[in-house]
Design a protein around this ligand. Structure first.
Ligand SMILES: Nc1ncnc2c1ncn2[C@@H]1O[C@H](COP(=O)(O)OP(=O)(O)OP(=O)(O)O)[C@@H](O)[C@H]1O
Ligand SMILES: Cc1ncc(CO)c(N)n1
Length: 263
């Protein structure tokens, strides 16, 4: 059995965060574990409240996992504040974790902030250099680079800048552009355009979480990074195509679309 860990926030509504990540791991046949950084009271309509877990408790959760059930890959999502970021960086270094997928979560689909503005610097300086791949959407890539991103050529330029911040590979997600859903993968040598059809749906809650945890699941299964990203792209496309019209707002991705015992 392969093991994967998500270090992220809890979404009480089950569509994003820790909940989306664990569902994704299970759908890949990978044993999922979690370090919860923050608890959000959230549903398909928005975020009602956020309570961060103490840095000490974040560290203890990491210890509990790394001293017993060492993960084959790690995904990092919502990290909320500077102290939590520094604690995670310390833990990753201490335990020598290499297969790290960093989703630099900044705001929810509903527009609610999930990263404190003053924590941006720590995310850039402490976590980015420790990650194997970082997966910003267009808005996050703009925050990381200061540049406006309107097309694929801008995405490539942003990927170069983000690589220079210390990430080994950058995957800029084009989910928020128009036309085909194209993500740009840049490893410092070559650009790859990872493409899929665009699905016309409002139900995209948890797409970023699902995608980054699918990459981590495929890394845990032993695929190399480019292959893991291509496989994750197929998974997220199916999960959006079959996304769920539940709740009154932005519905979540569907993790059971390729599983036999679905309803
Ligand atoms: N409507 C869509 N049809 C097809 N693919 C999509 C669609 N929307 C997003 N994607 C794909 O889903 C993946 C996640 O990208 P997206 O840009 O939505 O992440 P995100 O904005 O970080 O998500 P979140 O708001 O959950 O953090 C990418 O591969 C992107 O291309
Ligand atoms: C807890 C959590 N993490 C990430 C996202 C990003 O969509 C969200 N909405 N909630």
């Amino acid at each position: 059995m392969k093991l994967a860990l998500t270090i992220a926030g809890s979404d009480s509504g089950g569509g994003a965060g820790i909940q989306a990540d664990l569902k994704t791991f299970s759908a890949h046949g990978v044993f999922g574990m979690s370090v919860i950084t923050s608890i959000t009271a959230q549903n398909t309509m928005g975020v009602l409240g956020i309570e961060d877990v103490s840095p000490d408790m974040v560290y203890l959760q990491m210890r509990a996992i790394f001293e017993d059930l060492y993960p084959d890959a790690v995904k990092i999502g919502m990290v909320s504040n500077e102290e939590i970021i520094k604690t995670i960086a310390k833990g990753l270094k201490e335990y020598g974790v290499e297969k790290v997928v960093l989703d630099p979560v900044m705001i929810a689909k509903s527009g609610d902030p999930l990263l404190k503005p003053e924590a941006m610097k720590a995310l850039k300086e402490e976590l980015l250099p420790l990650s194997l791949v970082v997966t910003p959407n267009l808005m996050e890539a703009k925050e990381l680079t200061g540049m406006e991103i309107k097309n694929i050529s801008d995405m490539k330029e942003a990927a170069k800048k983000i690589l220079s911040l210390g990430a080994k590979v950058v995957l800029v997600k084009g989910g928020h552009l128009e036309g085909e859903a194209v993500d740009v993968f840049y490893d410092g040598v070559e650009f790859y355009e990872i493409k899929a059809e665009r699905i016309n749906t409002k139900n995209t809650h948890g797409t970023g979480c699902t995608f980054s945890s699918a990459i981590a699941a495929n890394l845990a299964l032993g695929y190399d990074l480019l292959e893991a990203v291509k496989r994750a792209k197929r998974y997220i496309t199916g999960a959006i195509k079959n996304s769920l019209s539940i709740g009154h707002g932005v519905g979540p991705t569907n993790h059971f679309w390729n599983v036999e015992f679905k309803e």
